[in-house]
Design a binder for this molecule. Structure first.
Ligand code: CO8
Length: 257
């Protein structure tokens, strides 16, 4: 039995973390299943991925506290690395990843959403890094990605004090792009994923790479990254299709990989 459900809807993959009884908390098995499910995605036929949690209450309520409660220093580091490797795989997946945050996104759940490109939230979503109240730091990238995603002072407050943030505040902080009534979250995520998938897939992947790689270096190096990826688009059928259609005042043919 896998803790991950995966569905393919046209060009869009929908990956659900399915451990509802424990509010989709991430234990070693869930992380291993997530890792395997990511490896199994057919990147030739998938242009966008949505990640969500099973049920109405929780996206992911964190790493599994029961499993972590008895870890030694070495085991703690190994568990942290396991999560970090999987989340980095999500962050560097060639295609865009949307987190559809359907409830609690605490600790490792908040960190999972931060490894995605875009976060959409249901009205009942709650974000937080409660780790310091458990005697640990965030360990799946939270100290790094939260501080790079929102105002550093607010990220520090959330991490030092364990301040939780509900969906409307998450929107005002720029932590999420939009908030929807619970039943509208997945349709909205699908709609966005389909809009992304309708654009030139090689160009979309190049944009993800340019943004992610460029943010890690200074502006002079970042601009060179963009120039190279921009130039590479001119070797694609999609560029010819998209630009010829504009010049001829018609819609482009569907884009290809
Ligand atoms: N781990 C394990 N089990 C969990 C977790 C979790 N993080 N969250 C919820 N559960 C389980 C509960 O134990 C409970 O199980 P059972 O029914 O067997 O008692 C079930 O889910 C339902 O939970 P509650 O009864 O508590 O539901 P409530 O609606 O009363 O409360 C909350 C919901 C507020 C979300 C509450 O469950 C809660 O506070 N959960 C913990 C949230 C948290 O602290 N998350 C952060 C964990 S630390 C972390 O993620 C670190 C990441 C980096 C790790 C690095 C490793 C080195």
């Amino acid at each position: 039995m896998s803790y991950i459900k995966y569905e393919q809807n046209g060009f869009v993959g929908v990956l659900t973390i399915d451990r509802e009884k424990a509010l989709n908390a991430l234990n070693s098995e869930v992380l291993a299943d997530l890792d395997a499910a990511l490896d199994a995605i057919d990147l030739d036929s998938t242009r966008c991925l949505i990640i969500t949690g099973a049920g109405q209450k929780s996206f992911v309520a964190g790493a599994d506290i029961g499993e972590m409660s008895t870890l030694t220093k070495a085991e703690g580091e190994a568990f942290g690395k396991k999560g970090n490797d999987v989340f980095r795989k999500i962050e560097t997946l060639p295609i865009p990843v949307i987190a559809a945050v359907n409830g609690f996104a605490l600790g490792g759940g908040c960190e999972l959403s931060l490894s995605c490109d875009i976060r959409l939230a249901a009205e009942n979503a709650v974000f937080g890094q409660p780790e310091t109240g458990l005697g640990i730091t965030p360990g799946f990238g939270g100290t790094q990605r939260l501080a790079r995603t929102i105002n550093v002072g607010k990220a520090k407050e959330m991490i030092y004090a364990g301040t939780k943030v509900k969906a409307p505040e998450a929107l005002s902080l720029g932590l999420v792009s939009a908030v929807y009534p619970a039943e509208e979250l997945m349709p909205a995520a699908m709609k966005l994923a389909e809009r992304i998938s309708a654009n030139a897939p090689i160009a979309v992947r190049a944009c993800k790479k340019a943004i992610n790689d460029g943010l890690q270096v200074n502006m002079d190096e970042a601009i060179v990254i963009e120039e190279k990826l921009f130039g590479s688009c001119f070797e694609t059928e999609d560029q010819k299709n998209g630009m010829t259609a504009f010049v001829e005042k018609r819609k482009p043919e569907p884009f290809v990989n």
